[in-house]
Design a binder for this molecule. Structure first.
Ligand SMILES: Nc1ncnc2c1ncn2[C@@H]1O[C@H](COP(=O)(O)OP(=O)(O)OP(=O)(O)O)[C@@H](O)[C@H]1O
Ligand SMILES: [Mg+2]
Length: 266
C-alpha cells in the first residue's frame, strides 16, 4: 500500500511548519503507526530537533539522493520516538535549489522518485518544507497527496494566494492527486480578538478545510526542541500535547472520510 504523503507548507516563514510536522508525526508514531519525516528545509530545524543531524555533513545524503538517485531505506534514521524515522537535512541542502535549477531532466519529480522507493515500510510520510517557493517546494507538492497549511497569525494569511495558485498549478501540470488537506491554527491565542478574526477569515475563504482542533500558544512547544523531544513526550500533560493528539485524530478521520468519498466516486 502506498503511504499517505503530507507536505507541510506555508510560504510565510516561522508559522509553525516544523512544529506541526514533528509533533503530528510523533503523535501518529506514538499510536503505533510507522511514520517517516523528511526534512526538506536546509535550515534543518526538524533534524536538529529529532537528533538526526549526527550525519558528518548534514543534508548531504538527502542532496545526493535527490540529484543522483538513492533509496529512503539508505538515508532514513531512527528517532527517540519508536516508530518515527527521519531523513535529515542541513546546510548541504542549500545547494539543492542551485543544482535543481540547472537540472535538465525531471527537476520537479526527484522527491517523488525517492518516495517511490519507500515500499510498504511507512504508512505516513510528512515533508517539512522550507518557506520560500522554489524547486524544493515544487518537489514536495509533486510528491505528496496533500498539503497541510499552518497558520500562526494574520501575516500567515498573506501568502495564501501564492499557496492556492501554486497548488492549482501543480495539480494541473504534475500532480492531479494533490489537494489541500487542511489549515491548522498552529499557535492560537483564542482570547484575543485577532485570533477569532483569523479563524473567521479562514472559514469564510476555505470553509471545512479549516481543521477544528487548533494548537494553542504554549511555551512547551517552544521548549521541546532543545530537549530533543516532541511536545507529547516533553510535556505530555500540557495543553499543546492534548491539542496535538486531537489534531492527529482529526487529520486521521478526514483521511478515512476522503478515502470513502473517493471510492464512492464523489
Ligand atoms: N503552539 C505554539 N506555541 C508556542 N510557540 C510555538 C507554537 N508553535 C510554534 N511555536 C514557535 O514558533 C516559532 C516558529 O515555529 P516553526 O519553526 O515551527 O515555524 P516554521 O514555519 O517551520 O519556520 P520556518 O519558516 O523558518 O521553517 C518557533 O520558535 C516555535 O517554537
Ligand atoms: Mg521550519
Amino acid at each position: 500500500m502506498k503511504a499517505r504523503r503530507i507536505a507541510v507548507w506555508n510560504p510565510k516563514g516561522g508559522v509553525g511548519k516544523t512544529s506541526v510536522s514533528v509533533n503530528l508525526a510523533a503523535v501518529l508514531a506514538e499510536n503505533g503507526l510507522p511514520v517517516l519525516l523528511i526534512d526538506l528545509d536546509p535550515q534543518g530545524n526538524a533534524t536538529q530537533w529529532c537528533g538526526g543531524e549526527r550525519e558528518a555533513e548534514p543534508g548531504r545524503a538527502l542532496l545526493s539522493a535527490l540529484l543522483d538517485g538513492g533509496t529512503l531505506d539508505a538515508i532514513a534514521r531512527p528517532t527517540v520516538v519508536g516508530s518515527l524515522d527521519i531523513v535529515g537535512s542541513g546546510p548541504a541542502m542549500y545547494n539543492a535549489e542551485r543544482h535543481l535549477a540547472v537540472e535538465p531532466i525531471a527537476p520537479d519529480t526527484r522527491l517523488r522518485g525517492l518516495l517511490e522507493t519507500a515500499g510498504a515500510r511507512w504508512e505516513v510520510i510528512f515533508v517539512d518544507c522550507p518557506p520560500q517557493m522554489g524547486r524544493l517546494v515544487t518537489n514536495a507538492l509533486t510528491a505528496c497527496s496533500e498539503v497541510l497549511v499552518p497558520i500562526a497569525d494574520a501575516m500567515s494569511l498573506a501568502g495564501l494566494g501564492t499557496l492556492v495558485q501554486t497548488v492549482a498549478s501543480i495539480q494541473r501540470h504534475s500532480n492531479p492527486e494533490l489537494r489541500i488537506g487542511g489549515f491548522v491554527l498552529s499557535r492560537e491565542r483564542e482570547r484575543l480578538r485577532v485570533a477569532r478574526d483569523i479563524r473567521k477569515a479562514l472559514s469564510d475563504g476555505f470553509g471545512e478545510l479549516v481543521l477544528g482542533p487548533s494548537i494553542h500558544d504554549c511555551v512547551a512547544v517552544m521548549e521541546a526542541p532543545s530537549h530533543g523531544e516532541p511536545v507529547t513526550r516533553y510535556a505530555p500533560r500540557s495543553r499543546a500535547a492534548s491539542d496535538y493528539r486531537a489534531l492527529a485524530a482529526e487529520v486521521f478521520a478526514r483521511e478515512v472520510a476522503h478515502g470513502e468519498q473517493a471510492r464512492a466516486g464523489h
